[in-house]
Design a protein around this ligand. Structure first.
Ligand SMILES: [Zn+2]
Length: 254
């Protein structure tokens, strides 16, 4: 949740050239709040339209059960819900036992496949496990039970891992870390990714890009991230903005 009123956040985003916002669920409560926000901001007031994802983050995977899944399924029927997630694995914090994380991740991939929605995947220090599960679900053997698409959000692996995800048909999302001094590896990834697989994101309120580090991150800062990516790729900002907007529209179906 951001501390500013949504109208102010969206007005600043519009000023920075942002045309649409997807707010990400990480628990049942935050998913419901995202759906409500999306309902209130359908773009008819001249501000960027808001869409929502619904999901249970690996941090909260211990709470994932049949009731939680039913609730996600009901929320996902809302026309402004465009994906399932965040789901995935976080072996850095291990806020939920790994067995629960694996169970909730597999269950939400199956849920997304059943609902014909794409998934937003969180991978922190669980690269091999996430890649293996994604290849089970999106690889050639699973074409009939695969979600409509997947994005590895705030990608934190190397170029080789990024290539593996691209091979599986995933999008790879780059956030504010690409501006950090020590992020040469991510800059190499951002430079090498096929442009039609690249998404930009904030992970708001976290990971504000330089020179705004330490401040609350907001959708407007996607413009800062776009500029950084255009520099590492030596491609025009307008070209990067147009391509990543097109990719996001295609991925989320908005
Ligand atoms: Zn995440």
């Amino acid at each position: 949740m951001l501390s500013s009123p949504a109208e102010d956040v969206l007005a600043r985003a519009a000023e920075a050239g942002i045309v649409a916002v997807v707010t990400i669920g990480e628990s049942l409560a935050s998913s419901a709040a995202g759906v409500e926000l999306a309902e209130q901001h359908d773009g008819s007031d001249g501000l960027p339209g808001v869409w929502a994802t619904v999901g249970v983050h690996p941090h909260n995977a211990k709470d994932y059960d049949g009731d939680a899944e039913d609730e996600l399924r009901q929320m996902a029927a809302h026309p402004r819900v465009v994906a399932i997630g965040e789901t995935g694995l976080d072996f850095h914090y291990d806020h939920s036992p790994r067995a629960d994380q694996l169970r909730a991740f597999r269950a939400q991939l199956a849920l997304a496949a059943g609902l014909d929605k794409p998934v937003v995947i969180h991978d922190r220090e669980a690269h091999e496990e996430v890649a293996d599960i994604v290849s089970e679900r999106l690889g050639p053997a699973a074409w009939d039970q695969a979600p409509r698409g997947a994005v590895i959000h705030c990608f934190s692996g190397d170029a080789e891992l990024a290539a593996r995800f691209v091979e599986l048909g995933c999008y790879v999302a780059v956030g504010g870390v690409v501006t950090f001094d020590k992020a040469d590896s991510l800059r190499r990834v951002a430079a090498a990714l096929p442009l039609d697989r690249l998404l930009l994101e904030t992970d708001a309120p976290f990971l504000s890009p330089a020179p705004h580090r330490g401040k609350e991150n907001e959708p407007e800062r996607v413009a800062v991230i776009a500029r950084a990516v255009s520099e590492v790729r030596t491609e025009g900002l307008h070209h990067i903005a147009a391509a990543t907007t097109k990719n996001a529209r295609a991925f989320f179906g908005i």
